[in-house]
Design a protein around this ligand. Structure first.
Ligand code: NAD
Length: 362
């Protein structure tokens, strides 16, 4: 199969981990007889430095012409400490999501058994947890009207949702639930927020089309608590942009590290695949970033955008094998990990490639 992929590595460790994700895609193409071609594009701080804009038009054009996007991260400490900066790296990410109509963010949270100890939750509550989050990505308070009044002393951001925005992501989430354990939890704050009442109304309507799916509605505060108390009770979780942003970072701790979690942002056209972590400037350039979230993002791309199930499984199995062999990056190592098993970004990438070639040729 021929596929054209745009690599947007972005800022900080985005560059380091995406290089490994791309190597894994190359290895898969070679082993399974596919032809993947690549283009590169700028975003975030890197794009601001080069063009003055966090999302150059060229990046949007290249992305629209591709079959899928492998994304790294955006962000730079310069902007984190300067809330008044008008041009900001994250505008690049929000902009590309909007430009490509990427309204659904899928985040699978599944713990590799070998990493049970890396989580701050007790293993007996955790073993077997397998959650798929659907976070709405192009609406909500992030895109509603915002501004200042009273000479700047009052600020507002508007939480806003339209029926079609809720319906299209709800359909995707229910479809996914049908292929899993047929359970869906919709998260909102319908006791207080009008936009949440519309959210719940629409989810209830869509639910009628999927009578086999067991549906529950939880308020965001209760959901945040239940996620830690009993993560195994969840199968598919469907939620808005703001609540999803917070819940999925909370859920990342179930998996032990931000460095392990991949995500897919999809709409009706080109999909974008990225680690959930940011540009991590505290470790940028040190060669210690965990590349597995980027590797698992590549696996999601193979599965969701290209329908290459066996290829995606080969990647996930390679990660599993490398962890079983005891290899760790610093963020997922513990006191018991022998020092010769603690690898940097590139060395971890080489282990994945080794296991991939052994596994696929065997
Ligand atoms: P972060 O995810 O970059 O880092 C949080 C912590 O996790 C850091 O201690 C970091 O070292 C660690 N970490 C993250 N990824 C890791 C990996 N692959 N391997 C090992 N350790 C890892 O979040 P932050 O520190 O809050 O933000 C840093 C910058 O990233 C900010 O500018 C922020 O705006 C941006 N950001 C971007 C995205 C994105 O591009 N999708 C997401 C979140 C934050």
């Amino acid at each position: 199969m021929k596929k054209h992929i745009v690599v947007i590595a972005g800022d900080g460790i985005g560059q380091e981990v995406t290089a490994v994700g791309k190597q894994v895609l190359d290895a898969i193409a070679e082993k399974f007889g596919h032809e993947f071609t690549y283009d590169e594009a700028l975003i975030g701080h890197a794009a601001i430095e080069a063009t003055g804009h966090p999302l150059p038009e060229e990046t949007v054009t290249k992305s629209k012409q591709s079959d899928a996007i492998l994304f790294g991260a955006v962000g730079h400490p310069k902007y984190d400490n300067d809330p008044s900066a008008k041009v900001r790296p994250e505008q690049g990410l929000l902009g590309i999501r909007k430009a490509l109509g990427l309204y659904a963010n899928l985040r699978p949270i599944k713990l590799f058994d070998e990493l049970l100890q890396a989580s701050s939750i007790k293993p007996e509550f955790l073993k077997g947890a397998d959650i798929l989050f659907f976070r709405e990505l192009t609406g909500d308070v992030y895109f509603g009207e915002k501004g200042r009044k009273d000479e700047g002393d009052t600020a507002y951001d508007t939480m806003i949702y339209s029926r079609y925005e809720v319906e299209r992501i709800a359909v995707k989430a229910f479809e996914a639930a049908m292929t899993r354990r047929k359970k869906l939890c919709s998260v909102d704050k319908a006791n207080v927020l009008e936009s949440s009442r519309l959210w719940r109304e629409v989810v209830q309507e869509v639910a009628r089309r999927y009578p086999e799916v067991e549906v529950e509605h939880q308020f965001i505060d209760a959901a945040a608590m239940l996620l830690i108390k009993d993560p195994r009770r969840f199968d598919v979780v469907l939620t808005g942009n703001l609540f999803g942003d917070i819940l999925t970072d909370e859920a990342s701790q179930i998996a032990g590290s931000m460095g392990m979690l991949a995500s897919a942002s999809v709409g009706d056209t080109t999909g974008l695949y990225e680690p959930i972590h940011g540009s991590a400037h505290d470790i940028t350039g040190k060669g210690v970033a965990n590349p597995l979230a980027s590797v698992l993002s590549a696996a999601l791309m193979l599965d969701i955008s290209f329908g290459m199930k066996a290829e995606a499984e080969a990647v996930v199995n390679a990660v599993d094998q490398v962890l079983k062999a005891g290899y760790r990056t610093r963020d997922i190592a513990d006191a018991q990990t022998p020092t010769d098993r603690i690898l940097g970004t590139e060395a971890m990438g080489r282990q994945i490639l080794n296991h991939l070639s052994v596994q696929v040729t065997a």
